[in-house]
Design a binder for this molecule. Structure first.
Ligand code: GLN
Length: 532
């Protein structure tokens, strides 16, 4: 059976949830037993989103092989088991970079290098490569942006050509918005018609239209969309706003039979996708035993996607315990006193960069340590935990991270190149998966149930080993170290119900059906604290 390709494009407006929709469809195919791969094509010119402000772009998701990518790969991870790597993402920046380097090397033998065919060839190559890497039966590809954007044109042209070359093996899905106009008292299909017209004018004829709307579309409306957009009525699907959880989307899509339609159109064997695990999750979400409130102390909180994976991983932990998660977002630069922190069962300080809000985070860590409130520090959050402990327990009143104060006389967090006794690994970012050894009997060992783990990193600064012994004497257990023992990756406060910091980003590896052990243990501690 030749490999099959499913493309999704978006129309009318951005933020319709193409990534989530594609991940849901991917899950359905995976549950039918097909080997899948997923690829995100982003039209922007940045080579990767690593340097983009979270306000611009939301979270930067990191893969095992250390690639900084779009947050949609987080959805792909949470819904499926598609392998995610360098091959799962490409931006215009990367594509142009490759082509221009080839041009400089003289690979085009004096030819004029053009968007068509050279850029489009490179895009097509990456689609094939993604499937090859995963040895996939079905590759699902998301084209970022909205149809009609100038910058997505080369991608659309590439997928047009791709299908022309493989007419029986491709499927085009188009996700659009069908708004309800209050003034007219009607649902409007015109924007969808225009968006499909635009697609068709560049030679892409969608096979299925997914209509994002507030409520399900009635048959006459579906018939209208069908007629005007040249798509059979049974290929017009509702993508209704979900009531309780984004994890309902696969169930809603399965109920409409989209997975079987896809198999039919691509000539894939029709099998049943067993979503019983997912149904259980939704049942739990709909019938909670209680609620748990977690305070997130960060500085990009106005952007709802800046800590996307953290929010999701916390939700997974809460759902595993049958609880609803209440998130309380606390802007760290607004924390002036402990009053700002009242009313939470636990606190989490996520990753971050730079000085703004730093002291507020230290205050939050102190409040949690002294009041024995569960505290989870991730990456920068671990560094906060260490600095707070050094200042207020070790008596190093001026302790700091050199990221915040380069001349501090107690650099408890610093660049490796600034530390003595450690081999200089340079000042660049540590990215991607590293193995970590856990201390027997520690809380983290109990959580993971194993002593060797692998987690993903994205940071420059490290715990300074010079202060390790002193901290251990005063009540910190460094329960996770880099495999060679050189770097501390996890710190637990001994005399505390649950105060743990980790140098890596566990949030990237949590699924609703496989909650991350640390998030699960943290939430359990918060619930225990609340109920005690
Ligand atoms: N800014 C810190 C560092 O570079 C933490 C980074 C992060 O939290 N991702 O080490």
């Amino acid at each position: 059976m030749p490999r099959k390709y499913i493309f999704i494009t978006g129309g009318v407006v951005s933020s319709l949830g193409k990534g989530l929709m594609l991940a849901s469809i991917a899950l359905l195919l995976e549950k039918k037993g097909f080997k899948i791969a997923m690829l995100k094509l982003d039209p922007y010119l940045n080579v990767d989103p690593g340097t983009m402000n979270p306000f611009e772009h939301g979270e930067v998701y990191v893969t095992d092989d250390g690639i900084e990518t779009d947050l949609d790969l987080g959805h792909y991870y949470r819904y499926t088991h598609a392998p995610l790597s360098r091959a799962s993402t490409a931006t215009s920046g990367q594509v142009y970079d490759t082509v221009i380097k080839q041009e400089r090397r003289g690979d085009y033998l004096g030819k004029t290098v053009q968007v068509i065919p050279h850029i489009t060839e490179e895009i097509k190559k990456r689609i094939v490569h993604c499937g090859d890497q995963a040895d996939a039966e079905v590759v699902l590809i998301e084209i970022g942006g909205t149809v009609g954007d100038i910058e997505s044109l080369p991608f659309l042209e590439a997928i047009r050509q791709f299908r022309y070359e493989r007419p029986n093996d491709c499927l085009n899905l188009h996700l659009t918005y069908v708004p309800y106009l209050k003034a007219a008292g009607e649902v409007k299909t015109k924007p969808t018609q225009h968006s499909v017209q635009t697609l068709r004018s560049i030679g892409i004829i969608p096979d299925m239209i997914l209509c994002r709307s507030e409520s399900a579309l009635e048959l006459p409306l579906k018939k209208k969309i069908s007629l005007f957009c040249n798509v059979p009525t049974d290929c017009v699907f509702d993508a209704v706003d979900v009531e309780t959880s984004i994890y309902e989307v696969p169930l809603k899509m399965q109920a409409q039979g989209i997975d079987n339609q896809i198999c039919e159109k691509l000539g894939l064997e029709k099998r049943v996708a067993d979503l019983s695990e997912w149904k259980k999750i939704i049942e739990k979400i709909k019938n909670p035993k209680g609620s748990v409130t977690i305070g997130i102390v960060g500085k990009y909180l106005q952007h709802k996607d800046a800590y996307k994976s953290v929010f999701e991983a916390l939700t997974h932990g809460a759902v595993a315990e049958g609880y609803t998660l209440n998130l309380k977002t606390i802007e760290s630069d607004k924390i002036t006193s402990e009053k700002c922190l009242e009313g939470c069962d636990g606190f989490l300080i996520p990753g971050g960069f730079g000085e703004r809000g730093w002291e507020g985070k230290i205050l939050a860590a102190r409040y949690c340590r002294e009041n024995k409130i569960p505290f989870f520090g991730i990456c920068l959050g671990l560094q906060v935990l260490i600095v707070e402990f050094a200042r207020n327990v070790l008596g190093l009143t001026e302790a700091n991270s050199t990221e915040i104060e380069s001349q501090t006389n107690a650099p408890v967090i610093s660049l490796l190149s600034e530390q003595e006794d450690v081999e200089d690994l340079g000042g660049t970012m540590r990215l991607g998966a590293y193995p970590c050894l856990l201390k027997e009997g520690s809380r983290v060992h109990q959580a993971y149930g194993t002593t060797t783990i692998s987690e993903r990193h994205r940071h420059r600064y490290e715990i300074n080993n010079k202060y390790k012994k002193l901290a251990e004497e005063k009540g910190v257990t460094f329960s996770g170290v880099l495999e060679n023992g050189n770097l501390c990756e996890i710190a637990e406060i001994d005399d505390h119900p649950w105060m743990i910091g980790v140098q890596f980003h566990p949030e990237f590896k949590s699924r609703p059906v496989e909650p991350h052990p640390l998030f699960h243990q943290f939430i359990t501690a918060a619930i225990d604290g609340k109920n005690s």
